[in-house]
Design a protein around this ligand. Structure first.
Ligand SMILES: *Cc1c(COP(=O)(O)O)cnc(C)c1O
Length: 371
């Protein structure tokens, strides 16, 4: 018997060494930790207003005994009409995170080189590492701008994949039109450009829509990733999508996915959410207004807040952010302290309902002894 010892069998080395994804603390755990019933959940960039009313109706009408449509046909057709791309170039995922995983699984092997930006969205590193690839990270400048010059230099050596989130998670800044144009111009045909636009719907109108720019470049290989988790308020259902430059890339991603990867509830809800653009525009407009209010309040406390194009703020708390997050948790507020080397004084806080944002600012000021 081997009781008390580890298992005889070991996972692949790339899995054994994998860093954990920082998924954060649940509301139930926060209730336990704080002893409070009212929790301000401001760590996961969810929509505090729920989702469009049509979503609940679509979910109530579900036939749960049937398998979901393995090709997500209705959802892909609805997206194809809205985005003006062929449905065969669209792939749906169990969250766009699953499409990040499928991209790595489809295209990466031992020793392949992947380029991304730091600070970064965890999965843009974890999934390539899991596939055995090496990840090169280009830090943002001291002013928290994308270091376009260095990225252009790195692109010249044709990494296998370039994972680029704009707007950035966790920083919140987005690439301007001229910057994105430069990066696209620098991409070589041997590189798969993965443009992660999880926060597209929160952008000011003078920022570019990466899909529109990439449509003019059928000579390059690219995937644009989007999600229903943030602006559309469906994070709990897990549904996102990718638009590929070529049918063949979409087919490769589908081959790397499990057959019924998007469940029936997620597909029905996403179709309903997409139909109600007015709800989504209204919710994102409120969140953007409240983001400005919270940013102004934190700045008035003397804190550095990075300008954001998303539904969250990246804030320098001038001390160990993990300690500050712990103190906030004890008061019933969940935020995400950034754990990446060089950025551990930063908290990422999602924009919630005004009452939760105010509660966060008041408690943070108290913890940091600011006024
Ligand atoms: C939230 C997020 C995603 C993934 O969202 P899903 O819930 O998996 O659709 C992907 N990329 C970035 C940058 C994100 O912030």
């Amino acid at each position: 018997m081997t009781t008390g010892q580890g298992p005889q069998i070991q996972p692949r080395p790339s899995i054994r060494k994998l860093p954990a994804y920082n998924a954060g603390i649940s509301v139930a755990a926060a209730r336990m930790a704080s002893g409070r019933d009212q929790i301000a959940a401001l760590a996961s960039n969810e929509n505090p207003y729920g989702s469009a009313p049509g979503v609940a109706l679509a979910l109530a009408a579900l036939a749960t005994a049937r398998y979901s449509d393995s090709a997500s046909v209705r959802l892909r057709e609805a997206l194809a009409a809205r985005l003006q791309v062929g449905a065969e170039r669209l792939v749906c995922g169990n969250g766009s995170e699953e499409l990040i995983a499928a991209t790595a699984r489809a295209y990466l092997g031992e020793g392949d080189r992947v380029l991304t930006v730091s600070p970064f969205f965890g999965l843009h590193e974890i999934e390539p590492l899991a596939a055995g690839a090496d990840v090169v990270k280009v830090p943002m400048t001291v002013d928290f701008c994308f270091d376009v010059d260095r990225l252009v230099t790195e692109l010249a050596s044709a990494p296998k994949i370039f994972f680029l989130a704009t707007p950035s998670n966790p920083v919140g800044v987005a690439l301007k039109r001229a910057e994105l144009d430069r990066l696209i111009a620098a991409a070589r045909p041997e590189t798969l450009l993965v443009l992660d636009e999880a926060y597209l719907e929160f952008l000011d109108p003078d920022y570019p829509d990466g899909l529109e720019l990439l449509k003019a470049r059928p000579d390059l290989s690219w995937i644009v990733l989007r999600t229903f988790s943030k602006a559309y308020g469906l994070a709990g259902l897990r549904v996102g999508y990718g638009i590929a430059s070529h049918d063949g890339i979409a087919r490769a991603l589908r081959s790397a996915l499990t057959p019924f990867n998007v469940n029936a509830a997620a597909q029905a809800a996403a179709v309903a959410a997409l139909e109600d653009q007015a709800w989504m525009s209204d919710a994102t407009a409120r969140i953007r207004r409240d983001r400005q209010r919270l940013a102004d309040r934190l700045a008035a406390l003397g804190l550095r807040v990075i300008p954001s194009q998303t539904n969250f703020l990246f804030v320098d708390v001038k001390t160990d952010a993990a300690e500050v997050a712990k103190a906030l948790l004890a008061r019933g507020i969940i935020v995400k302290p950034w754990l990446e080397k060089g950025y551990t004084r930063f908290l990422r806080v999602s924009i919630g309902v005004p009452q939760d944002n105010d509660r966060f600012a008041t408690e943070l000021a108290d913890i940091l002894a600011l006024s």
